[in-house]
Design a protein around this ligand. Sequence first.
Ligand code: SF4
Ligand code: SF4
Length: 126
Amino acid sequence: MSNIIKKEGFGYSFDARACSACQAKCCTGESGYIYVNAAEIESISDFLGLSVNDFTQNYLFKNGYKYSIKERKFNDSHECAFYDRTSNGCAIYEVRPTQCRTFPFWDYFKTRVDELKLECPGVVDV
Ligand code: SF4
Ligand code: SF4
């Protein structure tokens, strides 16, 4: 099976083999928002064995009307609260938000491929 993923409407492809050597640049680095919707909040809470209330208080913050996952500081950088440095992976992988599942195929990057390439070494020309 090919490791190269293409998506209609995007002028680039993604080579999933890059992730193992990358140290999760998409989960660490500059501070950003990792949005979760109501259904995702519920499934992540369930996965962690927490009430929605406890999960929200411990792991989320509000930006406008949306909720985002908190980040930790690591040296001069930031990382998602669920980034697991030991395994270099996501501690909630099975229930990670849509925003994480769909990266790097975000509409925002359709016209910003150079910016995306700086962030994600798995992005390759079609
Ligand atoms: S930045 Fe790209 S290559 Fe690195 S872990 Fe994220 S998706 Fe994989
Ligand atoms: S939820 Fe998981 S995949 Fe998404 S940014 Fe956090 S560690 Fe990365």
